[in-house]
Structures are given as structure tokens and as C-alpha cells.
Design a protein. Sequence first.
Length: 232
Amino acid sequence: MTVSVVVVMSVDGKLTRHDESDIHKWVSDEDQEFFRPLLASHDVIIMGRNTYEAVQPNLRLDQPIRRIVLTSHPQQFTEQALLDIRKARSSPDLSNSAANGFSSFDVSTDTSSSDKTVFARVNSPLERTILRKSSIKDRLEFRNEKSTDLVKRLKREGIKKVLIVGGPRIISELLKGKLIDFLYLTIEPRLFGQGVLLLDSFPIDIELNLVEHKELNKKGTILLKYSLKQTQ
């Protein structure tokens, strides 16, 4: 099994612009054109809670990609995902991104209930299964699990390709566990001064081998692919 990390950062090494979580406001179109097929070419995508919250508005669950979100509160996020499904299913415009993302899921909505607790009533066998397993089958899972344990479990399951899309704690844990094979790094020609760093603060010395480099546009956006030389 291969485990790859993909990140985009400023020239001064920031993954976010200050405290702004939505990277889509500053990354180049060319980086996104590279990222989408890379995402689709992997069997499992792993991310942390903060990354999930940043990408959730654009998440398309109609795409056959298994995403695993690591969080200490999987039930909370599962319930919110179900709420999003209910809203999307009742949307008059199934052509919009959110609704289309959920349109294939048979989740009913109990409009007769006056209880303000959204999940006071679970309305279908599918909803009960989703809540029990904290998972929308083959699409979205929420897990309270160490990233290193998760990657090892996926390997036992026979998964071939895993992509890590954030955040720093997960990447750092996997580096410490010597479980990362490749790093895809896009550098955008920007300086932010403040923002999230690639890694948590801990002593590290890992040699990288440049596999590929490519200039993505005339503005100077650069894509680098490294392999990691780590002794297992």
C-alpha cells in the first residue's frame, strides 16, 4: 500500500492564509486541476476535523470516493452529515452542488415532528445504520482513531492507495510512524506571514528524493513530488 500526502502552501510555508480555513480563496485554478484527478485516483482519502469543515461545503458524496475524517466526536459529525442529507433531499433544486452530492441517498425527513432535536426521530433503516456506524457507506466515515492505527488497518483491509489531505497533526503522526511514501507539494507564489504550518513542532530529519517537478502556470505556481526515504 502507498500513502501519499498532498498539500498546497505559500512560499513562506503556510497552509492557510492567516486564520482563514478556506484555501479555495487563494489557490490557483491549475492546482485544483491537478488535485481533482489525484483525489479520484486513490482508494481512501484521510483528513482531520478542521480540513473536513473547510471542504464540507464543496463535498460531493455522489463521487465514489471513500473519505475518512478523524475526530474525537464522530457521532456529532455523523448527525450533522445526516442533517445535510435531509436538507439536500428536500431542496427544490437538485442541480446545486450540495443537493446533487446527496441526491442518491434514500433518507426520509419527518416533517410532522415538532421536536426541535433534529435526531429525536431516526426516519429510515439507512439513517439508523449511518448513525450506528458513523459512516455513509463507501463515501464518508467519521472515526475516533489514531491515524497510524487507521493506516495500518486499511493496509490489512487490502487498500492499495491512500491520500492524506490534512492536517498537520495527522501528517506529523504518520511521519513519526514512518508510514508516508510520497509528498505532493504545490507552492503558490504568495507570502502570508501567518498561517498553519505543515508539521507540528517536533524534531525531525527525513531525506526527500525529488521524483517530479512541474511549473503549473506562468505566475510561478510549482508542483513538486517527493518520495520519502524512511527506514520501516
